[in-house]
Design a binder for this molecule. Structure first.
Ligand SMILES: [Zn+2]
Length: 377
């Protein structure tokens, strides 16, 4: 099966390349905003938008007026227009809000360029990019497949990254004849029907505490600057702390992403059928008790990773109805005990006397229910 896959790597541009990246981001933003303005005006006057090809033709004219646009990667400017046109298409289909003007102050600054005639390529530990030439890259794995595009990003922490989109052929993984049920939780991130538990809590809690501390420090710095009558933009201590917080956020995000990738790949490799709860309400229900925004994000990111990997590698995901009382049923004899509050971590079935760990029992029930619905289908 042909799929699109993205590889993300840290970039180490030279000072010169950094300047050029900044210039390209600036020009892409300029083009985007300029045509967004025109698009809005045209829409107000005629009730219709513009088209990508009309904008593209005008871009050629625009370059005569603003010659500095010619200095940067022309494909990046065109992608910026394509991006604008796509945003409007989605807006007209009511799939998203109207496109907004891009600001220099946006958290992430980026531009995208497309592959034509090998203008983007991996050469040893470098990536060849239009106009930039070879840029050093922290290549943590081999890029496999046909390169479609590259997006160069500068994060608020001042680091550079590239996302390389490729088209690649994936082969289904070998069947294992194994099915598994997963219960997603707070204390343990995931509990499996084979009794295995994956803990994410210590990591999350430690990082959250650190983040909260640094965030408080940031607020103090902002207040100090205000008291001294210094604009935040010029307040060095504030700016320094702001970068620190951004770096921390980035680290949390990367570590979490890594963790979720490894865990989902492992599960897909080792099992053919993966049964999991439908998260929609579960997340919300638990959220008001424990404001664990990090867990919530992780759960849905985890499920979506499982889903696309299952599709790639020929495995099956079964989602269990949110009404299914997975923690109320004895997985041994089927006796239904009724609701159990969250504090009850283990219990003994009054009928068959089996002693249960709450989450392992739930994941066993999820597995049984998943296999049952799969047999019905
Ligand atoms: Zn029982």
């Amino acid at each position: 099966m042909l799929i699109n896959k993205a590889y993300k790597f840290r970039l180490y541009p030279t000072k010169e390349q950094e300047t050029f990246i900044a210039k390209t981001i600036g020009c892409s933003r300029f083009v985007f905003n300029r045509f967004l303005g025109q698009w809005n005006d045209t829409y107000q006057e005629t009730g219709k938008g513009l088209t990508y090809s009309a904008c593209s033709a005008q871009l050629t004219q625009l370059k005569k007026e603003f010659v500095w646009l010619k200095e940067v990667d022309s494909i990046a400017l065109q992608s910026s227009l394509k991006n604008l046109a796509d945003s409007f298409t989605r807006f007209f289909k009511k799939q998203n809000k109207a496109p907004r003007f891009k600001s220099k102050k946006n958290q992430v600054q980026s531009y995208t360029t497309k592959e034509t005639n090998s203008n983007i390529a991996i050469v040893d530990n470098k990536i060849k990019l239009p106009k930039l030439g070879l840029v050093r890259l922290a290549k943590s794995r081999e890029v496999e497949g046909r390169i479609l595009s590259a997006t160069v990003r500068r994060n608020p922490s001042g680091k550079f990254f590239v996302s390389i989109l490729v088209e690649t052929d994936v082969q289904p993984l070998k069947k294992t004849d194994s099915s598994i049920g997963i219960d997603l939780g707070i204390t343990d991130f995931a509990v499996f029907s084979d009794g295995h538990k994956v803990d994410n809590h210590t990591f999350t809690a430690k990082m959250e505490k650190k983040l909260r501390r640094e965030q408080r420090k940031l607020s103090r710095r902002a207040l100090q600057a205000k008291n001294k009558g210094i604009h935040l933009f010029d307040a060095q201590n504030y700016q320094k702390q702001k970068r620190k917080v951004a770096r921390l956020h980035e680290r949390v995000r990367n570590q979490r992403d890594d963790f979720l990738h490894k865990l989902s790949t492992d599960i897909i490799k080792n099992h053919d059928v993966i049964c999991i709860e439908d998260l929609n309400t579960k997340g919300m229900l638990r959220n008001h008790k424990l404001a664990k925004s990090i867990s919530d994000v992780s759960w849905s990111a985890f499920v979506s990773k499982l889903e696309y990997k299952a599709k790639w590698y020929g495995k099956t995901i079964v989602k269990i109805s949110r009404w299914y009382p997975s923690s109320q049923i004895c997985s041994e004899c089927g006796h239904q005990e009724g609701k159990k509050s969250l504090e009850i971590r283990d219990w003994t079935c009054p009928i068959c006397h089996k002693h249960h760990d709450r989450d392992i029992n739930a994941s066993r029930n999820i597995l049984a229910e998943g296999v049952r619905t799969l047999d019905l289908a």
